[in-house]
Design a binder for this molecule. Structure first.
Ligand code: UP5
Ligand code: MG
Length: 193
C-alpha cells in the first residue's frame, strides 16, 4: 500500500506540533516534524549539515530539500507505518519540487491541514515558550521576525498552490488546543481517514 501523507502547515507557533500529537494519539498517524528531524540532525555527532542547519534555523531560512526530504523519507521507512503527518513541510518551492521529484511515487498526499492564527498570537506563543526554557535558538524576537517573513514570502505561496488544487483544509488555531482539536477532528471525520 502506498503510504498516505497529510502535510501540516501554518505560521511559526500556530500549534502544528501540539495538534499533530493529538491527531497521532486519536487517529494513529505517525507524526514527523521536519523541524524536529532537522534539530536532531544538527545534534548528531559527525553530521556534515549541523552548522548549516543551525544557521538556517536561527535566521528563519529554509534548509535545502535534499537534506530535509531524506530525513523525512528515512523516518517514514524506519517507522514501518503507512500514515504520516508531515509537520512544517513543504515550506517553499524548493521543498515542493524536491518532494515531488523523490516522493511523488512513494507517498500519496491526502490533504494539507492549514492552521490559521494571527501573527501576534503566534509570536506571543513562541516567546513564552522561549521564556519557559524551550532551548530553541529561534524562540526570540529577532529570529521570529525572520521566520515570519519567510513564512509569508515562501510558505504562503505553497499553501495557495495546494488550495488551487482543492487540497487545503483550514482550521482556526486561535483558541485553546482543545477547541482547535475539535475542528481538526471534523476535518479528519469528513475525510474518512
Ligand atoms: N500552543 C500551541 N497551541 C496553542 C493554543 N491553541 N493555545 C495556546 N498556546 C498554544 O506551539 C507553539 C507554542 O504555543 C507551544 O509552547 C505550545 O504549547 C503553545 P507548537 O505546537 O510548537 O506550534 P508549531 O506551529 O509547531 O510551532 P513551531 O515553532 O514548531 O513552528 P515553526 O514552523 O516555526 O518551527 P519548525 O520546527 O517547523 O521549523 C523551525 C525551523 O526549521 C524553520 O524556521 C526552518 O529554519 C527549519 N525548517 C526547514 O528548513 N525546513 C523544514 O522543512 C522545516 C523546518
Ligand atoms: Mg513545531
Amino acid at each position: 500500500m502506498v503510504p498516505e501523507v497529510v502535510f501540516v502547515l501554518g505560521a511559526p507557533g500556530a500549534g502544528k506540533g501540539t495538534q499533530c500529537s493529538l491527531i497521532s494519539d486519536e487517529f494513529g498517524f505517525v507524526h514527523l516534524s521536519a523541524g524536529d528531524l532537522l534539530r536532531e540532525e544538527r545534534q548528531r555527532p559527525g553530521s556534515e549539515f549541523g552548522e548549516m542547519i543551525e544557521e538556517k534555523i536561527c535566521n528563519g531560512q529554509i534548509v535545502p530539500v535534499e537534506v530535509t526530504c531524506s530525513l523525512l523519507h528515512k523516518a517514514m521507512q524506519k517507522s514501518g507505518k503507512t500514515r504520516f503527518l508531515i509537520d512544517g513541510f513543504p515550506r517553499n518551492k524548493d521543498n515542493l519540487d524536491g518532494w515531488e521529484r523523490v516522493m511523488s511515487d512513494k507517498a500519496k498526499l491526502v490533504f494539507v491541514l492549514f492552521f490559521e492564527c494571527s501573527r501576534d498570537k503566534c509570536t506571543e506563543r513562541c516567546l513564552s515558550r522561549g521564556a519557559a526554557g524551550s532551548g530553541r535558538s529561534d524562540d526570540n524576537l529577532e529570529s521570529l521576525q525572520k521566520r515570519f517573513s519567510t513564512y509569508l514570502n515562501d510558505t504562503m505561496p505553497i499553501i495557495n498552490h495546494y488550495d488551487q488544487q482543492g487540497l487545503v483544509r483550514r482550521v482556526s488555531a486561535e483558541h485553546s488546543p482543545e477547541a482547535v482539536f475539535q475542528s481538526v477532528k471534523e476535518v479528519f471525520g469528513k475525510s474518512g481517514l
